[in-house]
Ligand binder design. Structure first.
Ligand SMILES: NC(=O)C1=CN([C@@H]2O[C@H](COP(=O)(O)OP(=O)(O)OC[C@H]3O[C@@H](n4cnc5c(N)ncnc54)[C@H](O)[C@@H]3O)[C@@H](O)[C@H]2O)C=CC1
Ligand SMILES: O=C(O)[C@H]1O[C@H](OP(=O)(O)OP(=O)(O)OC[C@H]2O[C@@H](n3ccc(=O)[nH]c3=O)[C@H](O)[C@@H]2O)[C@H](O)[C@@H](O)[C@@H]1O
Length: 465
């Protein structure tokens, strides 16, 4: 059996590496248009950082896992073709800022239709609006070489930072489709290492919609606890205590109740906005407004955090050095897409702060590019003054201690474990007084830091002085 996966990104790469590792008899060929990304997959420095991924890729790559840009060749040879390309929010035209841009999916479907011969199973791995498979099937039905197709929906539920673990032992695998034979073919692959009772099958539309719904529910929990964090700050309650108190109710459960500066990542916001757009399309205004509030609350949480920093630091951060610890949207990944950090940094830059940013996994080039994105409008336009601020007021440091040296404040943006181990006595001595800490992840030991002299402002907590 031969598998091809179009799209060697955060999903295509790890997912196919796991299939190749678990199924040595299957040839897995991952293709992408991006030569640099493919080169990185073929090197010792993979394009994405995921704990445990290097080992999985190294084992399979020497045997049955190939990365290349030979898209036509891979499609032609494959029995099963996964489409795992990006589906970002549209930035232009109808539905701009809400609808998913399906251009890349459609291009893949057309390419498959042009190149394929015989019978192929086409699997939607990307996250898609419900009923996208209808369009995919129509495009495939125009295949030039008499090829025939089954289309399946097999959304991915891995989270970055734990991708290998999630792929090895997923809560469930979801397969939606019409053809029992095609569904069985795909289910058999997963069943090599995942127990059958965790492989759920549904119709196509339920599968497509379940993916958007799962992300909406997860993001909703974060926005819900973040909404409560604002009330905690106003009343003296502690959000971590409230989360523990409600999370022990087995009907609520303890997961996804960690209050933060706001959720980030490439998918939560994109997928909820996509859901909102779909609801509006079907005339379900109340449903759209309900889900849109999850994103609005997240924007509020980020804005609130920036404003709290400025307000606390005597209403001005102009020309003050602020150390920013962490830039990735969560720990254990180098992904910065929609990271709260880039928006907080943008707000502080516009207040004329001098930022010293440190992240153990994100490159200087990436951080600067993200700051440009954060300061740009939907069309990618950025004003001269913002560009200048990014050039003159941003320094990227190689470690957290240097970032904090002589700073007025430390802002924790990502919950990297190493931040907890820093020598805070030294850091305190090297900082301007009063030494502020704004903990956007409730990561640090606030009591210990307060004893050293820091003034701590954390999410959903009263200030610790
Ligand atoms: N990042 C994540 O953790 C998760 C993402 N998803 C979904 O999976 C999909 C992919 O996400 P990521 O892997 O994060 O995106 P990504 O942007 O990291 O990777 C997508 C890749 O597809 C390639 N591509 C686009 N059009 C192509 C074409 N016509 N031919 C060949 N290659 C093409 C791009 O060059 C890019 O390398 C999205 O729909 C996303 O919503 C689902 C679950 C988790
Ligand atoms: O479709 C996707 O892309 C994926 O989106 C999320 O995964 P991911 O975005 O990688 O990471 P999460 O662990 O869900 O975290 C998302 C954001 O929420 C934040 N978060 C998460 C949990 C929490 O309790 N509090 C909180 O602030 C994280 O810091 C991060 O910024 C989902 O968890 C995956 O199941 C899904 O496959």
């Amino acid at each position: 059996m031969k598998i091809c996966c179009i799209g060697a990104g955060y999903v295509g790469g790890p997912t196919m590496a796991m299939i190749a590792k678990q199924c040595p008899d299957i040839d897995v060929h991952v293709v992408d248009l991006n030569q640099a990304r493919i080169d990185a997959w073929n090197s010792d420095k993979l394009p994405i950082y995921e704990p445990g991924l290097d080992e999985v890729v190294a084992e399979a790559r020497s045997r049955n896992l190939t990365f290349s840009t030979r898209v036509d060749e891979a499609i032609a040879a494959a029995d099963i073709i996964f489409i795992s390309v990006n589906t970002p929010t549209k930035t232009f035209g109808i539905g701009a800022g809400r609808a998913a841009n399906l251009e890349f999916i459609e291009k893949c479907a057309r390419q498959i239709a042009r190149v394929a011969t015989g019978h192929k199973i086409v699997v939607e791995k990307s996250t898609l609006p419900v009923r996208t498979a209808e369009a995919v099937k129509r495009i495939l039905s125009s295949a030039e070489n008499g090829a025939t197709f089954d289309v399946l929906s097999n959304p991915e539920f891995l989270a970055e930072g734990t991708a290998v673990e999630d792929l090895l032992s997923p809560d469930r695998v979801l397969i939606g489709g019409e053809s029992p034979v095609a569904i069985a073919a795909l289910a058999n692959i997963y069943a090599t290492w995942i127990s059958r009772d965790r492989i759920l099958t549904t119709n196509l539309w339920s599968s497509e919609l379940s993916k958007l719904t799962a992300n909406a529910f997860l993001a909703q929990r974060v926005s819900s606890i973040n909404a409560i964090s604002a009330l905690c700050e106003a009343t003296g309650a502690d959000v971590d205590e409230v989360a523990r108190a409600i999370g022990t109710d087995s009907r609520i459960g303890p997961k996804f109740l960690k209050s933060s500066v706001g959720f980030g990542g490439s998918c939560f916001q994109k997928d909820i906005l996509n859901l909102v757009y779909l609801c509006e399309h079907f005339g379900l205004r109340e449903v759209a407004a309900y889900w849109e509030q999850v994103v609005s609350m997240n924007d509020y949480q980020k804005r609130r955090f920036s404003e709290r920093i400025v307000r606390t630091m005597f209403n001005t951060v102009s020309d003050k050095k602020i150390a920013v610890w962490g830039f990735a949207f969560k720990k254990d990944t180098n992904d910065t897409r929609e990271s709260a950090a880039m928006y907080i940094c943008r707000d502080l830059l516009r207040e004329r702060a001098r930022l010293s940013i440190y992240d153990p996994r994100v490159s200087e080039k990436q951080i600067r590019a993200d700051l440009v994105t954060a300061c740009s409008d939907l069309q990618g336009q950025i004003c001269e003054s913002d560009l200048k601020l990014i050039e003159t007021n941003v320094t990227i440091e190689k470690d957290g201690m240097s970032a904090a040296d002589s700073s007025h404040a430390i802002v924790v943006m990502t919950e990297w474990d190493e931040f907890k181990e820093f020598d805070f006595t030294k850091i305190y001595q090297s900082m301007q007084q009063p030494a502020f800490v704004f903990d956007g992840r409730n990561l640090l030991d606030h009591k210990k830091l307060a004893l050293l002299g820091f003034e701590i402002h954390a999410i959903g907590k009263s200030a610790t002085v």
